[in-house]
Design a protein. Structure first.
Length: 119
């Protein structure tokens, strides 16, 4: 049988989740700003330093900067659609600690194939 909670408790829970989402949105927007700046630097290395203008950024660095921007933009879009915080494969909720560490992730550790070493 479903648990019945008071409206006051539900409102408190709603406020807590809303605050957590706001925190994660700010984190995503900060990281998007940084990622876009990195992408701009990889496109035009002359803006960084005169000595850097003579060298082209490695293709891997440019590719990673593009992937970072795309992943963060996708996370923000999922947030706007109300899908943020759930695994794109199994639809499980992603732990808040995982989202705070990497707010752009879209899969749980299990679906992403991550293993954690324990000491």
């Amino acid at each position: 049988m479903a648990e019945i909670r008071s409206p006051r408790l539900l409102m408190e829970e709603c406020r807590r989740y809303t605050a957590q989402l706001s925190e994660l949105r700010m984190l995503l927007e900060e990281r998007l700003h940084v990622a876009r700046a990195e992408l701009a630097r990889t496109r035009d290395p002359s803006e960084v330093a005169p000595s850097a203008a003579r060298t082209r950024p490695p293709a891997a660095r440019v590719r990673q900067a593009r992937l970072d921007v795309a992943a963060i933009e996708a996370a923000l879009e999922r947030m706007d659609r109300g899908l943020y915080g759930t695994c794109t494969r199994c639809e499980a909720f992603l732990p808040l600690d995982r989202l705070r560490l990497a707010p752009h992730v879209q899969q749980c550790a299990s679906c992403a194939g991550e293993t954690r070493m324990t000491a």
